[in-house]
Ligand binder design. Structure first.
Ligand code: 4AZ
Length: 263
């Protein structure tokens, strides 16, 4: 397993361990309130991004993002779906601020993990959760075309993750806009980049990115889902863009497995 993938798993494990020993998740303090977050972004409204949801363990501790693509269907990263048991997994929808009880919490009745997945660094990092409760919020639309991956197309990444590499976690949903990066540039950044199931986004000079805890969350153009936060080296570093699961590669599979139109 590549070192960075091991690191991803360790970070998820670390977050869960922190939750287990009841270390409180960072709350908004005068130093963090109003500062740029995801990394380099700003607070976002769930009313604007109703498909942005998060995953918690049985104690309610957020450890990943996810995205609603059908009433009972939630796409996320495979490494997120595998981080806790199905029994302990919860999906939280309609909740902008982790500290309040707004929205809907659902258990998960079924988990499909892409059978080709082994670790984030080799790609295929996608899973689909079926929720026990209907989540009545507007869904994101899974992209059926590759056109959104053109270099410099602007996309928005959403999450409740860290405000900087190894920094504090956000209490509220945040968004940041990042440009799509060509396969050639991403291959230069990462030797293990695989354009068949991954895609990169970010600025050459860094500064804006997803970070730990944002994994599994959406990269969208409007309400079209084009990526799932998967991995990267650090957060927002120059020359180290964020790597996302290339959703178009799994569109047919997601459509087939999501319950849209079945109810
Ligand atoms: C993570 O460990 C992670 N900068 C997510 C996204 C990025 C790096 C790490 C991208 O969940």
């Amino acid at each position: 397993m590549p070192a960075k993938s091991r690191r991803n798993l360790l970070l998820v494990a670390g977050a869960l361990l922190a939750a287990a020993v009841a270390v409180p998740v960072a709350s908004a303090t005068p130093e963090t309130a109003g500062q740029p977050g995801i990394v380099g972004g700003q607070p976002a409204a769930v009313a604007q991004y109703p498909f942005a949801v998060f995953l918690t363990d049985e104690n309610g501790s957020q450890f990943c993002g996810a995205v609603l693509i059908g009433e009972n269907s939630v796409a996320t990263a495979a490494h997120c779906a595998k981080a806790v048991t199905k029994t302990n997994l919860r999906v939280v929808a309609g909740r902008q601020d982790k500290r309040v009880k707004d929205g809907t919490v659902s258990t998960v009745s079924d988990i499909w993990v892409n059978p080709d997945y082994t670790d984030p660094g080799t790609g295929n990092d996608i899973a689909l959760l079926t929720t026990s409760t209907r989540l009545r919020y507007d869904t994101a639309q899974v992209t059926q075309t590759a056109r959104y991956y053109a270099e410099n197309t602007m996309a928005t990444v959403l999450g409740w993750g860290r405000l900087k590499d190894n920094g504090e976690r956000s209490d509220v949903l945040r968004s940041v806009d990042v440009p799509m990066i060509s396969d050639a540039s991403c291959k230069t950044a990462y030797g293990n980049y695989d354009p068949s199931t991954m895609v990169c986004a970010g600025y050459a000079n860094g500064g804006k990115d997803a970070c730990q805890g944002d994994s599994g969350g959406p990269l969208v153009v409007g309400k079209v889902l084009i990526g799932i936060v998967s991995w990267g080296v650090g957060c927002a570093q120059p020359g180290k863009p964020g790597v996302y699961t290339r959703v178009s590669a799994f569109a047919d599979e997601l459509e087939k497995r999501s319950n849209r139109g079945l109810f």
